[in-house]
Design a protein around this ligand. Structure first.
Ligand SMILES: Nc1ncnc2c1ncn2[C@@H]1O[C@H](COP(=O)(O)OP(=O)(O)O)[C@@H](O)[C@H]1O
Ligand SMILES: [Mg+2]
Length: 561
């Protein structure tokens, strides 16, 4: 994802977020209708009071006092009921949509993984799944419908006051709605724009840094770097506080401005009303009805002017989430491609670079046949892992060819490719579940017999059986008791269980001691039956079990004779 990309405008973000609503939009309409009627009912309560006073002043009003009181009470009760339905609808939409969005983000990550996520800060993704999504809840539950309600209620009051009382009063009210509901939010959003975006960016960067520090706490302690780290956390926390203060100050300024605007328009309405009465263009009773209706009608537009404080943050969150959803993966998966039953893989003049001008691999020609162990050795950073990633199509090659059984890799079905080719990297991640669960990620329906057979091949069955709960032992309960070697052997067992015909091993023994390296290499040699293995290492000793060896030097590959 390119963070430097220009941020979308607020209107565009809002439109796209609304499009995400889909069929939930109908419920949104119900919410808006109920919210508008709710506001009108609330106004009805005070309006009945005004009507009562107008009647007492001799205005000809068809309603009896009993009816006026009854209606006031009725409006009050109705207000509560309508408000309840409105809130229920809004939150129903918000939470349903959050579930849908989380699902979409996860789907997007699955497609982007692994190539695009290599360089991404994990903390930023966690921030996106947690706080960005939470922020969007505000948008769906508390933003769209208040705006619609303000439009509906303001128009209704404008027409009502115009028809019943005076169009002059209605016009003053209209100016008030436009000033408070549109001009003021525009001013304050301009005021807060940079603040809100800056705050969110700082917040997510702080989270990422903090998470990173916790993950690396052991290295921090071992290097005696606590003080430096702590000072940096302090500094960043101060910066964040500073952003928060600035933002809050702007929010308060905007809130103050709103109050002033409302007061000004209330006084203006009253003044116009008094002038109309004194020039005999309006009766006192109808002036009171009109003025009270206008006074009570600013609620919905005030709600809008309170939005920008949240809205800038919401847009920043919406922007990030929408961008992630729109992000193109480094390679498009091949659907309905050719099937694959691995016999051999061959590359011809294969070249690749992460940047167009810096080639990591140059004209690589290599092949691996069924049943072979092919070794690839070379110094760190020479491009060995990159070659394996290309064989799995994590990235698209720049030029040359990669062919499985003579079929170009870009034509092979992605699912078929991952079925046939498995990779074990230099450290195996174990989830905080049972060992059996950890093995089943390679084959969801594996039986205990299948798992044990794979573990025997990886020389780890005996170890697992020695644990008190055997295959049901929780990895979390073991804490750090599992050695790197044991973890790697479980990783290898996963590869055997997955039963791909080609296993790519990226420095499988670089983190383990020589005893474990011996065990793993022997397990590979013994368990290789019917499988091809491409074994990558920067260590010559690892190559002992290879049938053929290639050597890589700065991206150029040569077979060792
Ligand atoms: N995702 C990436 N984006 C940009 N450059 C990368 C990426 N991964 C690796 N590189 C660079 O490509 C070169 C080869 O890396 P790699 O294949 O991991 O080497 P090896 O596995 O042989 O140690 C290195 O210079 C490395 O910095
Ligand atoms: Mg590597």
């Amino acid at each position: 994802m390119n963070d430097k990309k220009e941020r979308m405008g607020g209107g565009k973000i809002m439109a796209r977020l609304i499009v995400l609503l889909g069929s939930l939009a109908y419920i949104m309409v119900v919410a808006v209708i109920n919210g508008s009627l709710g506001f009108v009912s609330a106004m009805g309560v005070t309006l009945m009071g005004a009507v009562g006073i107008a009647k007492a002043l001799g205005e000809s009003i068809a309603l009896s006092y009993g009816w006026i009181i009854g209606l006031a009470v009725g409006f009050g009760v109705l207000r509560g009921l309508l408000r309840y339905i409105e809130q229920y609808c809004n939150h129903y939409i918000a939470f349903r949509l959050l579930a849908v969005l989380r699902d979409k983000i996860f789907g997007a990550l699955r497609v982007l993984c692994p190539a695009k996520l290599e360089s991404k800060q994990k903390g930023a993704i966690i921030a996106m799944i947690t706080s960005d999504i939470e922020t969007l809840e505000v948008f769906y539950a508390h933003t769209i419908s208040p705006i619609c309600i303000a439009v509906v209620v303001s128009s209704a009051v404008f027409v009502f006051v115009g028809c019943v009382s005076s169009w002059y009063l209605a016009l003053v009210a209209l100016c008030g709605y436009l000033a408070i509901g549109i001009v003021l939010p525009l001013i304050s959003s301009k005021l807060m724009r940079s603040g809100g975006v800056g705050y969110r960016a700082e917040f997510s960067s702080f989270n990422a840094y903090f998470l990173d520090s916790i993950k690396g706490v052991r290295d921090i302690v071992l290097n005696n770097a606590e003080d430096v780290r702590l000072a940096e956390v302090d500094r960043r926390s101060d910066v964040l506080l500073d952003y928060t203060k600035k933002l809050k100050r702007k929010i308060s300024t905007a809130a103050g401005l709103t109050e002033i605007f409302v007061s000004v328009f209330v006084i203006l309405t009253l003044t116009v009303g008094v002038i109309l009465v004194s020039t005999d263009r309006l009766s006192v009773g109808m002036m009171i009805v009109g003025v009270v209706a206008v006074f009570g009608s600013f609620g919905p537009v005030i709600a809008i002017s309170a939005l920008p404080g949240n809205l800038t943050q919401t847009f920043a969150s919406g922007d990030r989430v929408l961008k992630l959803l729109a992000e193109k993966p480094a390679v498009e998966p091949v659907e309905n491609g050719e099937p694959l039953d691995f016999e051999k893989v061959e590359t011809e003049n294969l070249s690749f670079g992460y940047d167009k001008d810096a080639k990591v691999l140059k004209d690589v020609c290599m092949h691996a046949e069924k049943g072979e162990i092919v070794g690839i050795v070379g110094a760190s950073g020479c491009g060995k892992s990159t070659l394996l990633k290309l064989l799995l199509r994590f990235w698209e090659k720049d030029s040359g060819s990669i062919e499985y059984n003579g079929v170009d890799i870009d034509r092979i079905d992605s699912a078929a490719l991952t079925d046939n080719v498995t990779m074990v990297s230099q450290s195996t991640y174990l989830f905080d579940q049972s060992i059996a669960d950890n093995l089943r990620i390679a084959k969801a329906d594996a039986t205990l017999d299948e798992m044990r057979s794979a573990c025997r091949k990886a020389s780890v069955d005996e170890f697992i059986m020695s644990l008190p709960d055997g295959y049901d032992t929780q990895v979390g309960a073991l804490g750090d008791d599992l050695s790197a070697g044991e973890k790697q052997r479980i990783g290898l067992a996963r590869a055997f269980l997955h039963d791909g015909k080609l296993i790519l091993l990226d420095e499988p023994t670089s983190n383990v001691d020589s005893i474990n390296e011996g065990i793993i290499l022997k397990a590979l040699k013994d368990g290789r039956e019917g499988k091809s293995i491409i074994l990558v290492s920067h260590r010559e000793s690892t190559m002992a079990i290879a049938d053929r060896i290639y050597r890589v030097e700065s991206g150029v590959l040569e077979e060792v004779k």
